[in-house]
Write a protein that binds this ligand. Sequence first.
Ligand code: PXP
Length: 238
Amino acid sequence: MILGVNVDHVATLRQARLATEPEPLMAATLAILGGADGITVHLREDRRHINDRDLWLMRELISCELNLEMAATPEMTDIALEVGPDMVTLVPEKRQELTTEGGLDLRAQRAKLRAAIKKLKDRGIPVSLFVNPEKKDIEASKAAGADMVEIHTGMYANAKGPAAEAELKRIYAAAGHALDAGLSVNAGHGLNYFNVMKIAEIKGLRGLYIGHSIISRAVLVGMERAVREMKGLIGKAA
Ligand code: PXP
């Protein structure tokens, strides 16, 4: 199972001082040394952390999977077509949010999503949709032409006790529906060193996309070790 490490928070730290360090590319390189199979960056409309230069540098220098997270807007689609990431994950994006808050609203965004997916796929870029763990959203992803889904694990990560168990069941069911529909299945959001194993146990899962917990640990123990420890947990569960 692949582990994609999201390095947006390194850029957030840089932007806190509008400075030139820390450099997200260096963090990405260290993450790869620690065992990351891929690097994720979210280029936001307001460029609040990752900027266009970061994305171009990553494209030039990162040879493992570069996953570009983005909103399905014409501006971002044009950038993706120019840069050519190894895959794109389409996410909902609100200016005021601290992080991606929920899965895509596939009904409301249907036309926008279909247009972006078609353009990206015509250029040979595989597309994943960030979705809530619901059958209707899996079906809509398939109908929209996506290759993959990333199941939103944030509700599970925030829940406790029986509520967490219920969320886990929803995620397992959604993963099953997605696999049956012929989609590749990823998961992510809110995963950490304590809750990741239950998700990594899902049969047939392609990959996990993790940012906050790895970068937080990296601040204390270093990036290579933080990634290696996460890979170890995933390896034990998968
Ligand atoms: N997957 C998606 C689609 C995201 O938007 C994010 C947050 O940027 C993540 C995964 C990683 O979430 P976290 O930082 O909570 O690990």
